[in-house]
Design a protein around this ligand. Structure first.
Ligand code: NAD
Length: 437
């Protein structure tokens, strides 16, 4: 392992895949002074980017993209083959969704490497930024079929909602490669960031990413389980977290109880880690438990809603506030809100939802079990129960008197512990949070 800090140099970079990670990477590297081309097979997405429209909601990303384009350091294309030939670094930021038996599906990354391999210049460094299991650097190298091209693993740790901040102010940059010169060259791309840069072997770099996400998911499942205990014994999880957090070995970060974790990373990455371990002969029982506790958490929220309905779920109307997997993103992938909505819908409930980033009538298969409204108040109109599923700040400021008047029932399930219980009760509503006495 090496930690290095060098002077910045400008490099020619291609970023393959312009989704949450790729677009942030492309814009941020351009911001750091590099010459960047973003490549995507989604022609509509590239067209929007060329028009200056952002296909995703991400704080500060529009300014960064505009800055890069205006400076002539950032452009977008669908023509990967015609572009990569003069690029020193080619970042792979394509999806690695959950495949069979929980393993990561590497087909997107293999396809990108296979297609672009013959068109790379000698001495190109192919940088795996997608989250990939141990051994993937070798898989990519095999698809490239190029002895004169190096592969490095450079996992990304950004969080949706603060992606730009996280990319430009990272806790660490991890680079794994068997080719030390390629790793050092990749490190140079980040040298103007005031961050520790860690150079290691590919297996360790790939494991660092999965272990980090698995640990964060473990913290969330742990505090959700503690919240369940709090409810059973009459303790308040907020005070418990504060009390635990004074212990510097524990800290307070990521100990926020909620409706279960989700999003495009934790669900697939925890299962992939279980599978990586199993393939290597280790039964990762702890992590399996973490996943199981999360599944139970969705059921716990559904149970709270069921109790709030004061009758069968069948035929009841449940209002959800929030559909994205967390606030400050428009990402619906594996959202806890949609997981709960599906379970409610299967039980025969009508689910009506409002989310500031989801317009009514949007065609999206993941929204099949939900009727989307244009306002938070519209969603609660005639509802038997309201459940807060995403911690959008604006939900704090909705007039609770109007909510109470609009609802036909009188129960609020606060899946994010976002609302003030006293205010909710003062409006004549029953309040039930997560682990709150
Ligand atoms: P995404 O779905 O938002 O974007 C992927 C993009 O790749 C899409 O625009 C798609 O059209 C494009 N693409 C697919 N195949 C391509 C090809 N052959 N050539 C060019 N473009 C292609 O995905 P994402 O959320 O940005 O995630 C990408 C990777 O980064 C995944 O491995 C993910 O696990 C990892 N990651 C994601 C996050 C996150 O918060 N989203 C954080 C860290 C790491």
């Amino acid at each position: 392992m090496t930690t290095c800090h060098n002077d910045p140099v400008s490099a020619r970079v291609a970023v393959v895949g312009t989704g949450y990670v790729g677009l942030t990477t492309a814009a941020a590297l351009a911001h750091l002074g590099h010459d960047v081309v973003g490549i995507d097979i989604d022609a509509a997405k590239v067209e929007r980017l060329r028009r200056g429209e952002l296909p995703i909601l991400e704080a500060g990303l529009d300014e960064l993209v505009a800055e890069g384009v205006a400076a002539g350091r950032l452009r977008f294309t669908t023509d990967g083959i015609g572009t990569v030939g003069d690029r020193r670094f080619v970042f792979l930021c394509v999806p690695t969704p959950q495949g069979a038996d929980g393993a990561a599906d590497l087909s997107y990354i293999q396809e990108a490497a296979r297609t672009l391999g013959p068109h790379l210049a000698s001495d190109t460094v192919v940088v795996n930024k997608s989250t990939v299991p141990v051994g993937s650097a070798r898989v990519v190298a095999a698809e490239l079929r190029r002895d004169d091209v190096s592969v490095v693993s450079n996992p990304e740790f950004l969080r949706e909602g603060s992606a730009v901040h996280d990319f430009l102010k990272p806790d660490r940059v991890v680079i794994g490669s068997d080719d030390r010169a390629a790793a050092l060259d990749t490190a140079e791309l980040y040298s103007s960031l005031n961050a520790p840069i860690m150079i290691t072997d590919p297996a360790s770099a790939e494991t660092i990413k999965y272990a980090s996400n698995a640990f964060l998911a473990t913290k969330l499942s742990f505090i959700n389980a503690v919240a369940a205990v709090c409810e059973a014994v009459g303790a308040d999880v907020a005070d418990v977290v504060t009390g635990m957090g004074y212990d510097t070995r524990i800290g307070r970060e990521f100990l926020r109880p909620g409706p279960g974790w989700g999003g495009s990373c934790f669900p697939k990455d925890t299962l992939a880690m279980v599978r990586i371990a199993a393939d290597a002969g280790y039964d990762f029982g702890l992590l399996k438990g973490v996943v199981e506790v999360n599944d139970q958490q969705f059921d716990r929220v559904v149970d709270k809603i069921r109790r709030g309905v004061a009758g069968p779920l069948e035929g009841a109307t449940v209002a959800l506030w929030g559909l994205t997997f967390k606030a400050r993103t428009d990402d619906l992938r594996d959202s806890p809100a949609l997981e709960v909505a599906e379970r409610l819908s299967k039980a025969g409930a009508k689910v009506v939802a409002y989310d500031p980033t989801v317009e009514p009538g949007r065609s999206d298969p993941s929204l099949e079990s939900v009727q989307v409204t244009a306002t938070a108040l519209e969603a609660v109109t005639g509802a038997d129960v309201l459940a807060v599923m995403t911690e959008w700040d604006q939900f704090r400021w909705v007039d609770l008197g109007e909510v109470a008047e609009a609802m036909s029932g009188a129960t609020v399930i606060d899946g994010r512990n976002l609302l003030n219980p006293t205010d909710v009760r003062a409006a004549g509503l029953r309040y039930d949070g997560i682990g709150r006495s």
